[in-house]
Design a protein around this ligand. Sequence first.
Ligand code: ZN
Length: 595
Amino acid sequence: MPNSHNSSGRASFGQPEDINDKIDIIPGLPDFHDLSERLKFSPKDGRIWLDDIRMMMLHASSMGALRSELIESLGVNKARALLTRTGYVSGAQDAELASKLRPGADFFDVFSVGPQLHALEGIVSVEPVRLEADVAKGKFYGEFLWHDSIEDEIHIEKYGIGTEPVCWMQIGYASGYTSVFLGRPIVYQEVECRAMGHAHCRIIGKPMEEWDDIEEDMAFMQPQAFANADTILKPREQITVLDTPPHSTAKTEFHTKISTNMVGASAAFNVACHMLDKVAKTEATVLFLGESGVGKEMFARTLHQISHRKDGPYIAVNCAAIPDNLLESELFGVEKGAYTGAIESRAGRFERADTGTIFLDEIGTLSLAAQGKLLRVLQEHQVERVGGKKTIEIDIRVIAATNVKLKEEVKEGRFREDLYFRLNVFPIHIPPLRERKADIPLLINHFLKKYGTSYRKNITGFTSRAINGFLNYDWPGNIRELENLIERGVILAPNDGAIDLCHLFTFGEEITIPILGITKDGTVNDSLNAQGGENAADLHPVDIIVDSLIEQNVGLEELEKNLIETAVKKSGGNLSAAARILGISRPQLAYRLKK
Ligand code: ZN
């Protein structure tokens, strides 16, 4: 059985009444052997593993050299943001591990995984001072002392004692860890620091909304590329958006003072943002690549907003949403009498985008005829209306997006090769949500506020079960799916209550993935139940299932056969979907079925 000790005086997970519990005497951190056992050295193949995360050792002195070079070359603010973000990402990764490493333990012990891993990773020794938490209500207060921080050590060696705290990467770690752990943006400040002459560093963490004047501390969550740019969006109404579904992430406002539409601390997201910033100032054609739902429209709109054309029109067109027979007249305009029904002359969207930007979403669905006309626009900056004789000069920037592999479309003869080369000048890959899980707290918090307001409901937050569900899910529909799920959750959750797993994944087949899935390496993925529900500490579903399987003499083969049959049935005979549920490839599934 999982270890469980709900001794009084400790805040426990998911029990709202505990929020008033002030923990004046914090117990020492739990024994950390369970964690150090997860650290594996594999010198033969040059690998160090923390559970299944690859780690590396770095000389503190070379970290020091890197740090001072960053400060000297980028300036203190940029260096600080970069290092904070680096810490944030590793904290977020450790938070994903926490419940897996201490299944069934109480809040304090599971939460302690972060501070203890931070120590194990050789960064700092953490002493908890005060910790109050209510996950479902999103309440958190954490105060810790840091002893022998490595950042202080390398900073003091080079710069001596100063007036500002310097443990940037560690503050990032604490923020990333706690934010992902609680599913809500938690910001830490270092109120005392050894590099300011204090005996130790003292950090305090609270939900973002409870801080005043934290712009500086939050700068790392805003892509550095835009730190100095005027990225504040105009209200939706002022932007011409045609045929695009109301888009979610267009305005991800996570703090009233930092109202930018693009937030995220994850590396994958920031790489895309840097590229966006580089190309924005040019006139180059940009092609956004990425799965559906990743927010390509949001990127396109931001590109327009930070370009020289920001005062011109921004016209978005979803090529797949316009019927084939109307597409050409919609895009290029029509002259009166060009066909039955063309009762008056009309400008197309290219004309209307003159002096601005046109965004062509799902470009892969354009007909060959429309592709030819588009090529002409790109080459000659001219359009000709349907049924018209004169050419109209236009000055536009074209941005396109696709979720299909255009190169393959070219091979199949469905997409013009010359157009492909014209569009593929500056491709930007937008990462899927599963590659930027560190950004989930920011995103879910934003959507929670958005739908709480529009449905006039007061939802306090998410249960730990729901947060674990988010972290263990693969998000095939990306940010759009996340947004839909939260909208559903806001509708289903009780007023003044928290969104639980049952309000999110209401379809049986989805809920089984995070609760009991087989991961790619063949181990049972049970992290969802680790510390979640009210009685998770007493009942551990995986233990129960395994016990009963062994008791009933169910062999591996029978278990596999059962798993496969259930997955196939649940996905309605769709083998690809069934393979996804099982976490194996389709050919692997086909092979097993044949057996
Ligand atoms: Zn410090």
